[in-house]
Design a protein around this ligand. Sequence first.
Ligand SMILES: Cc1cc2nc3c(=O)[nH]c(=O)nc-3n(C[C@H](O)[C@H](O)[C@H](O)COP(=O)(O)OP(=O)(O)OC[C@H]3O[C@@H](n4cnc5c(N)ncnc54)[C@H](O)[C@@H]3O)c2cc1C
Length: 400
Amino acid sequence: MAEQSSSEQRSREHSSEQTSREPRVVVVGGGYGGATVAKELDDVADVTLVEPRDAFVHAVGALRAVVDPDWESRVFLPYDRLLRRGRVVQATAQSVTPHEVRFAAAAGAPPHATGTDWGSRSIPADYLVLATGTAYPFPAKFIETDTWVAQARLVRLREALAACDRVLLVGAGPVGLELAGELLSAFPRLGITIVDQAHDVLTTGDYLPELRSSVRAQLEERGVVFELGAPLGYLPPRDVGLFEPFTVETTAGARVDAQLWFRCYGNRPLTDYLDGPLARARRWSGEVSVTPRLNVEGFETVFAVGDITDVPETKRAASAQAHAGVVAANIRALIEGRDPTATYTPAPELVILPLGTDGGASQLLDEEGVRRVLGPEETRRLKGADLYSGRYAELLGVQG
Ligand SMILES: Cc1cc2nc3c(=O)[nH]c(=O)nc-3n(C[C@H](O)[C@H](O)[C@H](O)COP(=O)(O)OP(=O)(O)OC[C@H]3O[C@@H](n4cnc5c(N)ncnc54)[C@H](O)[C@@H]3O)c2cc1C
């Protein structure tokens, strides 16, 4: 509580200081949520976006880039044209308190990273937005911060896939199933085994049985073998995505021979940088506790959006962007001296799950608000064909 009051006092001091200059908004993390909030506030504040990568990563399209090199330009989108007035600082936030972001610069920070005190490696903030998302194993997400390094890894993976005839996917959630669909679109004769300890596919969301059976039937028709109901006894003794024959067994005794494997589970919130009083808002899961206005619990000028929040919903890019809209409205209101009244209500569970360019299934709400399962043709039309790449090229100001 002491920290909270001193934080409020600091916040009041900052607002009187602010009257003489433009308010400084610092957004930490430039994914779907952070890039959206930064762009929405660019006209009303001095915005700094802190992001270690040299390009926005459109993770929703990442699995198609595994098999199709033409997709790399739709997955890695440069930040240069995101902000008209503000700036993107290529750096990793290492310690974040309510009014300061201390960072480590990424190697080879580019010339567009201007406007920051590189000497002290710190950026002051009147308003702070935390948007650092989650880490997920390659190839759904990348640990590489340089686009050319991530792309080189994709090239090596494609070479390995071309030489491979059996792949193991561990995890029958949306990522494992979508990856299987992409792999089979490009390599129709590839043998794929999907192992999961759960007794069915897609067990982590509130999905209708027809959705599960449709996805499973489409993949089985293409030759995918499901080993469900028992975990692997041990993980393959190889790094993911590297070609080398191996054999593993599930605890139920099913044997899987393959030459490549992928870990398709393990979304981990990236919030280790929260420091001082802000660290108390981090939950055991790594998520950050937020209020309906998406303030970090206990802090009027600190907000969080996207996968790191503890909002009870499936983690989605669309939700991160909806959070961004709420936070941008609230910060704009505070800057203009109004009450911040925008709140976020989680949307009902939905999924659009492509299986390559022409397969898949979706669960959406119809006009009466009833949940409906749609088949491959509608799924291709809604998402499978372009994986929303046009929408995010537009957000980043990249011409198609
Ligand atoms: C294969 C795949 C398919 C998906 N398909 C869909 C879909 O169809 N529809 C949908 O709605 N969602 C989809 N999702 C989920 C979606 O990608 C996430 O929900 C979304 O990325 C969350 O956005 P975010 O802004 O919270 O975080 P991210 O997009 O993960 O962005 C976080 C950013 O923060 C940066 N960062 C991390 N740590 C630091 C730090 N210390 N300092 C500074 N910056 C930092 C990262 O580099 C990253 O750029 C998919 C995810 C995957 C993996």
